[in-house]
Design a protein. Structure first.
Length: 394
């Protein structure tokens, strides 16, 4: 990689940190928010569903706009929207205002996911991108564990509002550094922007069978992991009686397994085909289902019986995510890469949002609930992969 490529990769990492910090830093305070706003758990969980919905849908617009106006303008504009959302969330005096602030924050910070992929596709070749994406996904794995530790500590020493002021300050740093040091990466960003053109662009992507295969397999599996992080406070704090300040340390084990998977993917990329790596990842996601079943039959419920199966699941995600991302991005034309990156990010978060909305209706503080949820996710992902491959051979 050239020096300019290294700078682009650095910003891709920075945007990824910002995006997933925004999702997860407030999670330890969720039980506290119930008392602060005098509301119930469903309303607090709904704020995450709304955030993820905004995060998902807005990516489609940021991606398409970046294909028309360039990546840099979108980064700066979306960052300002995010700062507004963080501020409104921090100063919220009621649950509706908190939800509104989180929605605006989700809409703004969603650029982080789509633009990080797009600038990597602009600057890197296929092998460079697969390695860079692997490290982006390492960050995605780490942040759901690190962010609650930061948020839990801020909650312990200060208040839940400080977590969102922390996000506000971090966003200002991202905005200033992007303005000063990140140049435009898209030399072919001149797609004509109109509703028929946008519709045609996304229709073309949806009709691309290979792209959709990688998109759906990645989105469902990663959506399952993100949703686990969303209901983790209730599982560990309410179900296993671990403090909000400390449960994030357990999640680092799951994040570590994800990192191991992405690192192994980088190592195996030059030795095995991407399809074989993908299949290995799906095999790994079946292992936790077996382990959960054994623990359920033995009636054992403790942190170990949750963490060990989820480490296998995260390991499988570590194989699937970078492989699916790289294959998806290089199955489309150059002019479609921004929109393809948007669809990749949006679909994963839509899955997370839908899964979060469903799990919010249930008490996700026991092993049976986690087992049933994960079983549905893995079976759905494998069925889509098998059916798509079967139809391709016909």
């Amino acid at each position: 990689m050239t020096q300019s490529k290294h700078r682009v990769v650095f910003f891709a990492y920075l945007f990824s940190i910002y995006g997933y910090l925004s999702i997860n830093i407030g999670l330890p305070a969720y039980p506290t928010l119930q008392h602060y706003f005098h509301t119930n758990a469903s309303q607090v969980k709904f704020s995450m569903t709304v955030f993820l919905f905004g995060y998902a849908i807005a990516q489609l617009f940021w991606g398409t706009l970046s294909d028309r106006f360039g990546r840099r303008k979108i980064i700066l504009s979306a960052n300002l929207v995010t700062l507004l959302g963080s501020y409104l969330t921090a100063v919220a005096t009621s649950m509706p205002l908190f939800i509104c602030g989180r929605l605006i924050e989700g809409i703004g910070v969603s650029y982080a996911t789509v633009i990080s992929r797009a600038i990597l596709a602009d600057a890197c070749n296929k092998n460079e991108m697969q390695i860079a994406v692997a490290w982006v996904l390492v960050i995605i794995a780490i942040m759901p564990a690190v962010a609650p530790i930061i948020g839990g500590s801020l909650l312990f020493w200060f208040s839940w509002q400080v977590a969102y002021y922390f996000l506000l300050g971090f966003g200002v740093l991202v905005l200033l550094s992007s303005h000063l040091w990140l140049q435009e990466t898209c030399s072919k960003c001149a797609v004509k922007l109109s509703l028929p053109n946008i519709f045609s662009l996304y229709t073309s992507l949806i009709k691309n069978e290979k792209f959709m295969e990688y998109l759906l397999s990645y989105s469902i599996i990663l959506g399952g992991l993100i949703t686990f992080y969303v209901f983790a406070p209730y599982l560990f704090v309410n179900g296993l009686h671990i403090s909000a300040r400390h449960y994030g340390y357990l999640l680092t084990l799951i994040g570590g397994a994800y990192i191991a998977g992405t690192m192994l993917t980088s190592f195996l990329t030059n030795k095995f085909s991407s399809q074989h790596i993908l299949e290995l990842g799906f095999i790994m996601t079946i292992v936790p289902l077996i382990l959960f079943l054994v623990f359920l039959l033995a009636r054992i419920f403790n942190p170990i019986t949750v963490i060990i199966p989820m480490m296998f699941y995260a390991l499988g995600c570590g194989f699937i995510s970078p492989t699916s991302n790289a294959l998806a991005m290089y199955s489309v034309a150059a002019k479609e890469k921004g929109s393809a990156a948007a669809l990749l990010g949006a679909t994963a978060i839509v899955c997370s949002s839908l899964f979060s909305a469903v799990t919010a209706k249930f008490a996700m503080d026991n092993l049976l609930a986690v087992t049933l949820f994960l079983c549905c996710v893995v079976v759905a992902a494998i069925l889509i992969l098998v059916l798509n491959n079967t139809s391709s051979r016909v």
